[in-house]
Write a protein that binds this ligand. Sequence first.
Ligand SMILES: [Zn+2]
Length: 375
Amino acid sequence: MNLNSRTTRRKFAARCLAATGIASLLVLLLALTPFGGRVAAQEPADDDFHDSHLHLTNYVQEGTDIRDFLAMMGSRIGRSTVFGIPLQQQWSYQNTGDFAPTYYLQSDAPLYYYSFTDAHIATAYLSLSAEEQARLDPMITGFNPADMYAADHIRRVLETFPGVFSGIGEFTIHKEFVSSKVAGEVASLTNPALDRILDLAGEVGLVVILHNDINMPFPSPDQEPYLLAQMKALFERHPDTTIIWAHIGVGRVVRPLEEQASIVEKICTDPALRHVYFDISWDEVAKYATATPEATQRTADMINRFPDRFLFGTDVVAPSSVDAMVAVYEDYAPLWAELTPEASLKVRKGNYERLFDEARTRVRAWEKQVKSDQR
Ligand SMILES: [Zn+2]
């Protein structure tokens, strides 16, 4: 029986109530609690997952009130990252007239980096009680990764809002239809500005969520997937930085490479890349991962072999109810069924706790050190 399913747990409990009476039921419920004695007030015992990839706001910086979001998480989602979107879609009157675009595909006007998103997220987080804050991990996103000053922005945000952030991202280097729309110099995996960012993240202990497509959207049949080589070199240059590769490099149009499984396997078995993780966020990724029983089995085999390296996330943008996040979780139902209980728990919650708890400790210590150095 899969005790991870709360419906199953409840049915099981109901049967036991009839059979064994209330006293035994209490003992049983304690035994079924996934966290054993560690269940604290901050974390509901009956949650299904933590969300490692959640955008509170959209491409025009509008979105969900942080209190409403916490209410949506309810008892189904234990903890969640929260970040905006670093890019703002310009409403160019020349381009779309009275039509106000809210998504990057609705206009030819450029996107630009909107640094105020970090202040917005920090202010919202700081308005919460300590108990509410404990369920969230805010991330810094409002920097231009092609700017050598980007690392200075991140440092400034940490100093201005100490006690808030656990990481940086999701930020994007190559993303289909987005990268080419960004005003100014195009981002690149080979830009030293990105190295400065990842160096700082390693020094501070910030978790990095990086979106980089594994390939271009419409490669010619024999085109070399040059992004992959650049990505691997980038990972190798930053062994001390915890990096989560968002969506394992898959996009809406960018399909998984034929050798995707072997690429992931190589990363998971290379001791020099022990700091690299993958998130399986986004319903588009769920579609690929569970497209056929064979695809599901392949994905499950990989995760069962390397259960410490994958995190579940939803990639939902500006949700209006918990249904949006739960839908992505349920898209993965065929995968959950094929994972060992240990792997399932790690992907849904354990890896999140390990990476983000460590980040919280390290970032707080760095902030304290910087403050005492300034005295
Ligand atoms: Zn995302």
